[in-house]
Write a protein that binds this ligand. Structure first.
Ligand SMILES: [Cu+2]
Length: 524
């Protein structure tokens, strides 16, 4: 078992909690090397010791002028700041807070303004895996007074514009049991505001901060044992629009990725946070927007052929990097690290983009053909076994210049299309959502046929499922390799002809609590 070095932990907590007005002493001192950067020179003007000179003249000096490709970071990329005293209030009606996946309209005004955001801390028991009835003691945030919101993970999606001044007020509700705060990665100042926003239950604190850099930034609680507070769900996103707005698109959405490290749930379904799993970086769940299914089924994202969508994405961690990928599509554009400042390089037409823990990205999808795009972390055990799945349902006209599918006839080897009077099994609508109903997700759950008979499954649900031979226990499926339909979209059918007697249990790969069985008797 790994243990947190107590000295390091307490030092981190001390710095976050009280800030550090003066030089840091002891083990946290940056050391003599830190002074090298203050000498007025740049790295490029000092040839590295291993720079090649003239090999015929040992010790000959390297060129003294910087190479022509030297990066110039001498100029400022910050907005020309309008003095705070001269700032007008943001226009009435301008929206600065929403809940994921919705984002506020882009802030496209051509001047800096000031505005206020008021948030509250929530501590409530909330469901994070409806299909299995798993609940956690969830800590998070909501907009002040928004009593319709009882589960605060992820916290509200904030939005402003580079150069704006935002006053953020945080109230820790009186019924809560822990102090909390917020470290905004969008904020320049001690701890991203965490020290000054630390509020005990019943307290209210405020900061006022200038948004200097555009992008999509994480925010999170940074109180006490910070990993534990983040693990309880205390995080969100702050979108800062650049001074020169990004191009207008048909849809903008917010997605966050995060991990839950949990014990086995008790008889009521309540799981506890598990610090050992957290320390080992072995999450129980990896999810988008806080819970399993937050972006699938009825919660799917939707767009039409010809439209373009932009996703603001933050990887809240706690620990894992994300390998963000759209199955069946591409990132038509990526703003790496969510650094949307005008002039930064943009990648066009990539497949997967790396999003570090505590970082973000902005990606754009161009809808080319009707399909269901699967949004995944392509470390795919996180998607197939731990929940990291979102979907974009694309409607519109097919385009055979781009894709011609044959969804009704996947007929390899022993599989043949079912006769009209063959045995039919339906994947029931929303059957997978209710764990108590999981054995009715395939209807009928058990069918008995003779050798040579064909069984046809039809997906009557809006979510993709599979028919995969094998057993499933504790939500871990073990394929037997006899048959596997692959993903079946809504309305799709798939058939398999049984050529041997026996019992053939099966399950759905992304939802392994969905189970069924085919009993094959010898033919007469
Ligand atoms: Cu907290």
């Amino acid at each position: 078992m790994q243990r947190t070095p107590g000295l390091v932990l307490s030092a981190v907590i001390a710095i976050i909690a009280v800030g550090c007005a003066g030089p840091v002493t002891g083990g946290w001192a940056p050391g003599p090397t830190a002074t090298a950067a203050t000498g007025g020179g740049t790295a490029a003007s000092t040839p590295p010791s291993e720079a090649p000179g003239d090999p015929s003249t040992p010790g000959s000096p390297a060129p003294s002028a910087p190479p022509a490709t030297a990066v110039d970071t001498s100029g400022s990329v910050l907005p020309d700041l309008t003095p705070v005293a001269d700032l007008a209030d943001a226009p009435a009606g301008e929206v600065h807070v929403t809940y994921a996946p919705e984002v506020a309209a882009p802030i496209a005004r051509d001047y800096q303004a000031k505005y206020e955001v008021r948030l509250e801390v929530l501590e409530n028991v909330c469901t994070i895996d409806a299909a299995n009835g798993v609940q956690v003691d969830m800590w998070g945030y909501r907009v002040e007074g928004d009593e319709a919101v009882v589960c605060g993970t992820p916290g509200p999606i904030l939005r402003g514009r580079a150069g704006d001044v935002v006053t953020i007020t945080l109230t820790n509700l009186p019924g809560n049991t822990h102090p909390h705060n917020i470290d905004f990665h969008a904020v320049t100042g001690q701890g991203g505001g965490a020290a000054d926003l630390t509020a005990a239950p019943g307290e209210t604190k405020s900061i006022t901060a200038r948004l200097l850099y555009p992008g999509a930034f994480m925010y999170h609680c940074a109180y006490g044992d910070v990993p534990v507070h983040i693990m309880h769900g205390m995080y969100g996103m702050f979108i800062v629009d650049p001074e020169i707005p990004l191009p207008t698109v048909a849809h903008e959405w917010a997605m966050v990725q995060s991990e839950w490290y949990l014990t086995e749930p008790d008889a009521t379904g309540l799981a506890q946070v598990d610090k050992e799993k957290m320390t080992l970086e072995e999450p129980t769940y990896v999810v988008f927007n806080g819970s399993v299914g937050a972006l699938t089924g009825d919660n799917t994202l939707k767009m039409s052929v010809g439209e373009r969508a932009r996703i603001y994405f933050v990887n809240e961690g706690l620990n894992l990097n994300s390998n963000f990928h759209p199955i069946g599509s591409h990132w038509d554009a990526v703003y790496p690290e969510a650094a949307t400042l005008q002039g930064n390089p943009i990648i066009r037409g990539s497949q997967s983009t790396l999003v570090v823990a505590g970082g973000g990205t902005v990606v754009e999808v161009q809808a080319q053909v009707p399909q269901t795009i699967l949004l995944v972390d392509h470390a795919l055990t996180r998607t197939f076994y731990k929940g990291a799945l979102g979907t974009i349902v694309v409607d519109g006209a097919a385009n055979p210049e781009i894709f011609v599918g044959a969804p009704a006839e996947p007929v390899p080897s022993a599989q043949t299309p079912a006769p009209a009077d063959g045995v039919q099994v339906t994947i029931t609508k929303d059957g997978w959502l209710d764990p108590a109903n999981a054995e009715n997700a395939f209807d009928p759950n058990t069918v008995t046929v003779k050798v040579g008979d064909t069984v046809t499954w039809t997906n009557g649900d809006a979510t993709m499922h599979t028919v995969t031979s094998g057993t499933s226990a504790n939500n871990v499926g073990t394929p037997s390799g006899v048959f596997d339909s692959g993903f079946l979209a809504e309305g799709a059918t798939w058939s398999y002809t049984f050529t041997e007697a026996g019992e053939f249990p099966y399950y759905c790969t992304p939802h392994p609590w969905m189970i069924g069985k085919v009993i094959v008797e010898p033919s007469a």
